[in-house]
Design a protein around this ligand. Structure first.
Ligand code: IDP
Length: 147
């Protein structure tokens, strides 16, 4: 089954959006298989965003993502990597449609509430960066056959 890594960024945690975001993915029918509230170290933040190293916004991105706790999650479901990106909206909230998480709550590109893996390769890399095998739970929901 497909898995993705989602993270409520520090602005989302401060704005009490953890429950709202969990609720959206639960109501869609996806399954939460791991979650934790953590304070990122600079090392993890730099590793997470290594593809942006050297860009003008890299330093402020690392500073922001380590500025307060984040809520890291692994979700499971068919096609979830692509679907979660649709539910999140575009990187810049001003380009995001109402009804998406960034469209409904995001302020600007550096305060866009949520991170989500953008490919199977990044999902695999990011899940490994944040979670050990024994922090993830494998289980079936009875309702799965209706979704
Ligand atoms: P994504 O989060 O939608 O996958 P990425 O291009 O991977 O977008 O960028 C990672 C994060 O870096 C974005 O969510 C955003 O917070 C920040 N970011 C991206 N582009 C810019 C920019 O041009 N200025 C400031 N921050 C940016």
């Amino acid at each position: 089954m497909d898995k993705t890594f989602l993270m409520v960024k520090p602005d989302g945690v401060q704005r009490n959006l953890i429950g709202e975001i969990i609720s959206r993915f639960e109501l869609k029918g996806y399954t939460l298989v791991g979650a934790k509230l953590i304070q990122l170290t600079e090392e993890t933040a730099r590793s997470h965003y290594e593809e942006h190293e050297g860009k003008a916004f890299f330093h402020s991105l690392v500073e922001f993502i380590t500025s307060g706790p984040v809520f890291a999650m692994v979700w499971q479901g068919e096609g979830i990597i692509t679907e979660a990106r649709k539910m999140m909206g575009k990187t810049n909230p001003t380009d995001s449609s109402p009804g998406t998480i960034r469209g409904d709550f995001g302020v600007n590109v550096s305060r866009n509430i949520i991170h989500g893996s953008d490919s199977p390769e990044s999902a695999q890399r990011e899940i490994k960066l944040y979670f050990t095998e024994d922090e993830l739970v494998s289980y079936e929901k009875e309702i799965a056959k209706w979704i």
